[in-house]
Design a binder for this molecule. Structure first.
Ligand code: PGA
Length: 244
């Protein structure tokens, strides 16, 4: 498996135009070891054309935070994959727990989105994760298996999966390295056997910061991180992107 780590900044519904410009221009100046890091940023939809223009002569890659599961049509307020692609996105976060919770996205919808993204030759970053209650009741593997089973299409060459325990997002609580490793092994075993996908990029997300990322990377052997809060602070993301 590749040694390159995917650092995915999920800006969520944050940053105005001028803040996003300033942060992106600073990110452009960071010297990244290209054989070690892929720097992917996922701004709000309205920021995408602006950021796309700023990064066009850099190694920064662009991602969207969601897309609709249909190619086009009467879906007021939604954004089509065609535009996301045209504006230069290479990645799309699919099934983030905030969309599952606030927009009622089900595993079936997430699979439809994943299939559309793949058919359009973009890369979905499919999010999975359990609640604290599901973990405490020891139901977490069942929940994760169901998410993986329904959300991930079969027979792909490769897939990016982001494990984000819901209890860890924005809370400062982070699973132990052994817990992350357990889910990585569980996910890779399940996806390679049931879905016949051999190349799996397993990302961890949830309260990642410049202090805990190195241990997570060193000890759990994940292929990258999906980063919310810390991706908005230049000092933090700078340290994360220049590790190693
Ligand atoms: P966080 O968010 O890093 O702020 O916990 C991660 C995410 O929701 O992708």
């Amino acid at each position: 498996m590749s040694q390159v780590k995917l650092i995915v900044s999920n800006w969520k519904m944050n940053l105005n135009i001028s803040q996003a410009r300033i942060l992106t221009n600073k990110l452009k100046k960071i010297k990244i070891k290209k054989n070690l890091i892929k720097n992917i940023i996922c701004p709000q939809f309205i920021l995408l054309p602006i950021i796309s223009n700023i990064i066009k002569d850099s190694d920064i890659l662009l991602g969207a935070q969601d897309c609709h599961y249909r190619k086009f049509g009467a879906y007021t307020g939604d954004t089509s994959i065609e535009l996301i692609k045209e504006i230069g996105c290479k990645y799309i976060i699919i099934g983030h727990s905030e969309r599952r919770e606030y927009k009622g996205e089900t595993n079936d919808i997430i699979r439809e989105k994943a299939e559309l993204v793949i058919s359009e030759k973009l890369k979905p970053i499919i999010c999975i994760g359990e609640t604290l209650e599901e973990r405490k009741k020891n139901k977490y593997k069942k929940i994760l298996e169901e998410q993986l089973n329904i959300c991930i299409p079969n027979n792909l060459d490769e897939i990016i999966i982001a494990y984000e325990p819901i209890w860890s997002i924005g809370t400062g609580l982070v699973p132990t390295v052994d817990e992350i490793k357990e889910i990585k092994n569980f996910t890779c075993d399940f996806v390679s056997q049931s879905k016949k996908i051999s190349k799996i990029f397993f990302l961890y997300g949830g309260s990642v910061n410049s202090e805990n990322i190195f241990e997570i990377f060193k000890l759990s052997d994940v292929n990258g991180a999906l980063i919310g809060g810390s991706s908005l602070k230049f000092e933090e993301i700078n340290k994360i992107l220049t590790f190693g």
